[in-house]
Design a protein around this ligand. Sequence first.
Ligand SMILES: CC(=O)N[C@H]1[C@@H](OP(=O)(O)OP(=O)(O)OC[C@H]2O[C@@H](n3ccc(=O)[nH]c3=O)[C@H](O)[C@@H]2O)O[C@H](CO)[C@@H](O)[C@@H]1O
Ligand SMILES: C=C(OP(=O)(O)O)C(=O)O
Length: 366
Amino acid sequence: MLGVIALHGAQITRTAHSTTIDPSAIVSKETSYDTVRRMRATVLVLAPLLARFGHARVSLPGGCAIGARPVDMHIKALAALGADIAIENGLIVAQTPNGLKGTRIVLSSPSVGATETVMMAACAAKGETEILNAAREPEVADLAACLSAMGARIEGAGTHRILIDGDTQWRPAKHHGIPDRIEAGTYAVAAAITGGQLELIHARLENLASVVQALEAMGVSVWPSDRGLVVSRDGPLKGADITTEPYPGFPTDLQAQFMALACCAEGASLVRETVFENRFMHVPELIRLGANITLQGTTALVRGGAPLKGAQVMATDLRASVSLVLAALVSQGETIVNRVYHLDRGYEQLDRKLRLCGADIERLTS
Ligand SMILES: CC(=O)N[C@H]1[C@@H](OP(=O)(O)OP(=O)(O)OC[C@H]2O[C@@H](n3ccc(=O)[nH]c3=O)[C@H](O)[C@@H]2O)O[C@H](CO)[C@@H](O)[C@@H]1O
Ligand SMILES: C=C(OP(=O)(O)O)C(=O)O
């Protein structure tokens, strides 16, 4: 695989649903559960709706089926800021009869979504809010940069402690979301698994340190270019141990893709998932392609080097889907990935981009 791939803004690709769907559709009882189930980002409109209207009715979010995915931290934090919240018929119903009031929020774990919810709500609260044990993901800092451009006063986003001065006087602003580091990591695996070279335009080394470390441990070269990063492999792939962790650790959203890569390595790899309790649904499908993987609890032992052969496989979630596409690129014969619609939540025109770089890939349904 050889070529150049331009990455899109994280906010565009990763939260596409919230940008294209009118909030009134999200709260409508007519919205089909199946639609909402696929949208994790719906929970993130709760704070802006509350701040704007003083009340909100938002479907309990779903997102990728990779665990129970509760929203207890979002709800507890909004309640601490002064919201009255109830769950009714699968909807989160919230109101702020006395407005929101800044306070100290200690998150029980550094949830990305809960940090974003609190940060947005705190902008509209009276007084100061402190978030402790905040998520440090670059998307949190990027959201803070966007809110700050709109008039918010936020310090410490990207660290474990965020301070927000409330009562924001909002103003219009333009903000470009950061390039999607998960999209970048996925195309990096495409270059690595095929023994090719890709230049990833806009990819940022500073947001991909743990990913680059894993690639290098597996025998893949990564270097900065004027426009982004170049990822290249011409020697053998080596096995590596990978443990998913909150940022700056190795991202859970790249675990499936690296497992596909590990299937093609010489030697064994251990892949541990610590963020979500059920994120190994790609394993039986990779095995269907011929991979040698043993699952034990939250750890997968991948014995690399077994030849992969094309088969009919089923995509279960966004990253599981793309891991099957990546494995199919190096499988002998034809692979058909069913339920490929999951892909579109995180990748714009994946098939076209891979085709332009030399892959023999075709989308059979829209
Ligand atoms: C739309 C979006 O940005 N999605 C990303 C976000 O998801 P999301 O924001 O849902 O992920 P979180 O960081 O909140 O989840 C991390 C862990 O905390 C748990 N938890 C979370 C909230 C809560 O109220 N209670 C609770 O127990 C979750 O079940 C999970 O085990 O960060 C994840 C971790 O990097 C990524 O995989 C997702 O791609
Ligand atoms: C899990 C993911 O997304 P969401 O949180 O939207 O389900 C993902 O992007 O891999």
